[in-house]
Write a protein that binds this ligand. Structure first.
Ligand code: HEM
Length: 140
């Protein structure tokens, strides 16, 4: 049987390192970082690791909210979605992740776009609406 994408990415240690660096890159990106104003970053980091690990065939279980629920009333634009994907690709390049693995990962995440984008616009740096309800901070 062919190796899972999880294994080809380098398993949990590699995924953890990539997600941490991606999160830092997003935090420094004025095109999208306003959206994270009320977010518990420890929770977000854990959820992203679990989501990528599970989606790529690894031994994790994602326990977070659905993509629709997690991003509801956040007012994410097409331009902001594309900015986040750009940050992800830059991070994957930084970690020397191969083109085939990048394509496979983006193939898994790309279809989530319709559940995340709420505003048809190329605009970036739009504020987080007051109505947005952040997930509760992680306990432990
Ligand atoms: C394919 C692209 C994306 C994926 C796979 C993704 C994945 C996730 C996941 C797994 C969570 C955690 C949900 C939870 O805590 O229950 C989350 C939360 C979040 N996402 Fe995304 N996301 C994507 C795109 C975006 C974009 C484009 C933005 C904004 C520009 C964004 C902003 C956020 C914010 C601010 C949170 C935290 C919400 C909170 O505090 O409750 N995401 N995302």
């Amino acid at each position: 049987m062919a190796d899972s994408l999880y294994d080809r990415l380098g398993g949990i240690d590699a995924i953890t390192a990539v997600v941490g660096s991606f999160r830092d890159r997003v935090a420094g990106d004025d095109r999208i970082n306003l959206k994270f104003a009320r977010t518990d970053l420890a929770r977000l980091t854990k959820m992203l690791i679990d989501q990528v690990c599970e989606a790529t065939g690894g031994p994790c279980r994602y326990t977070g909210r659905s993509m629709k629920e997690a991003h509801a009333s956040m007012g994410v634009t097409n331009g902001e979605f594309d900015a986040l994907v750009e940050d992800l690709v830059a991070t994957l390049n930084q970690f020397n992740v191969g083109k085939a693995e990048q394509d496979d990962l983006l193939g898994l995440l790309g279809p989530m776009k319709s559940e995340i984008v709420e505003v048809t616009s190329k605009e970036v740096g739009t504020p987080l609406p007051d109505a947005f309800q952040a997930a509760p901070a992680m306990r432990n």
